[in-house]
Design a protein around this ligand. Structure first.
Ligand code: SAM
Length: 206
């Protein structure tokens, strides 16, 4: 047996616990994303399916999951942070909306089910998920993806490691089997000032 294996597995589990603790703390302090749903979703409703099953990957407190639920989607949202998921559940209750809000580490657990009409992934970059995302979309299903690019480093906030930042053109190439409906890469105005993002809306061929 490779004596390193148990150690690396343990180290990986510890790193993930640390990450979960860090996100929990951010959510406790309210140092996170705005409450409003992402502009990319709100401004491009005509490109989305009219309803059905939606999955919000790394949903945080569920700003997009709750918005999709308000549009009539049956939404599942997943996040590593127990604090964020609990906030989403409470908000859903307050608003009279239904979201299946799950705590899971997406580095370790597969995406649930495999027949979503819509999958959204905002400001969470796990490159290894790309094939699962495609497999989990129904034929004709739509993916909405937006995350920071390396150009975000100039603004001094957001992710610091290139592991969590898209390279120029990367998002355009990440889902070659999907049909691109919208692609944009550059600096846009965010709630904290300018931010460097890549945005994609793409459809699985029927
Ligand atoms: C920048 S926030 C984005 C939240 C949300 N998508 C939004 O746009 O409001 C990134 C989220 O990824 C979650 N996250 C980080 N690592 C994760 C993992 N391994 N599995 C699931 N969620 C994770 C964090 O808890 C955090 O809520």
């Amino acid at each position: 047996m490779n004596p390193l294996l148990p150690y690396t597995a343990l180290a990986g589990a510890k790193a993930m616990r640390d990450a979960a603790d860090e996100w929990d703390e951010r959510y406790r302090q309210g140092r996170t994303m705005p409450d409003e749903p992402a502009g990319l979703l709100v401004e491009n409703l005509p490109l989305l399916p009219k309803g059905g099953k939606a999955l919000d990957i790394a949903m945080g407190t569920g700003r997009n999951a709750l918005y999709l639920a308000s549009l009539g989607f049956r939404v599942t949202g997943i996040d590593l942070s127990t604090v964020a998921v609990e906030k989403c559940r409470k908000k859903a209750e307050r608003l009279g909306l239904s979201v299946e809000a799950l705590v899971a580490d997406l580095e370790r657990s597969p995406l649930p089910s495999n027949d979503y009409d819509l999958i959204v992934n905002f400001y969470y970059l796990q490159r290894s998920l790309a094939p699962q995302i495609v497999a989990s979309l129904k034929p004709g299903g739509v993916l909405v993806f937006e995350s920071f690019t390396v150009d975000q480093l100039q603004f001094g906030w957001g992710p610091k490691s290139s592991e969590h930042l898209l390279h120029p053109g990367e998002l355009r190439e990440m889902f070659p089997d999907l049909e691109t409906l919208l692609y944009h890469e550059g600096t846009v105005q965010g709630d904290r000032g300018p931010k460097a993002v890549a945005s994609l809306i793409a459809r699985k061929r029927a």
